[in-house]
Ligand binder design. Structure first.
Ligand SMILES: Cc1cc2nc3c(=O)[nH]c(=O)nc-3n(C[C@H](O)[C@H](O)[C@H](O)COP(=O)(O)O)c2cc1C
Length: 167
């Protein structure tokens, strides 16, 4: 299963995490969304999409442009997993909302989204990235809990691998 990890990152946190995810998935490619074309995106089977959250609950700038392209594509034969970076202490009402917005947009298309993640162990009030007590993908907080990132990435990629049984 050809796997592409596509990230949008303003200060490098989401890129840092994307690299960690890549190390857990042998043979995967890790690419900034600024370098992607429709042809390139469609050449992958599993798309692992990562955005940080900016403004008050918005997608990261590069990711916003990428989403415009992504939504024009037929993704019905793709498997998609999401991850996001946010800051739960400074933005407790919009924690990782970017990932939530991405999930909402993709849900309006025919897509197969895997990899929900428990909200246990986080400290925030509200997030558009939460459905039924689970984040819609892996939520990370490099600002406050960088020491938890490695463990979370290892556990989540294991869940993804087990769900697919192929990568
Ligand atoms: C101006 C500004 C606005 C932010 N808004 C949010 C927000 O609404 N929700 C959130 O969870 N994090 C927010 N953050 C935190 C970033 O998402 C976080 O620092 C993230 O790790 C940045 O990742 P990046 O370097 O990959 O872009 C904000 C940070 C800044 C500086």
């Amino acid at each position: 299963m050809k796997t592409g990890i596509f990230y949008g990152s303003s200060l490098g946190n989401t890129q840092f995490v994307a690299d960690k995810i890549q190390h857990q998935i042998p043979g995967s490619d890790c690419i900034s969304v600024t370098y992607l074309t429709a042809e390139k995106i469609l050449s992958y089977d599993l798309l692992i999409l990562g955005t940080s959250t900016w403004g008050v609950g918005n997608l990261q700038d590069d990711f916003e442009l990428f989403v415009d392209l992504l939504l024009t594509l037929d993704l019905s034969d793709k498997t998609i997993a999401l991850f996001g970076c946010g800051d739960q202490h400074t933005y407790p009402d919009t924690f990782c909302n970017g990932m939530g917005k991405l999930h909402q947009l993709l849900s309006e298309k025919e897509t197969n989204i895997i990899g929900p993640w428990s909200i246990e162990g986080y400290d925030f009030s509200e997030s558009e990235a939460v459905i039924d007590d689970h984040f819609v993908g892996l939520a990370l907080d490099e600002d406050n809990e960088p020491d938890l990132t490695d463990g979370r990435v290892t556990q989540w990629t294991k869940i993804i691998r087990e769900a697919l049984q192929v990568i």
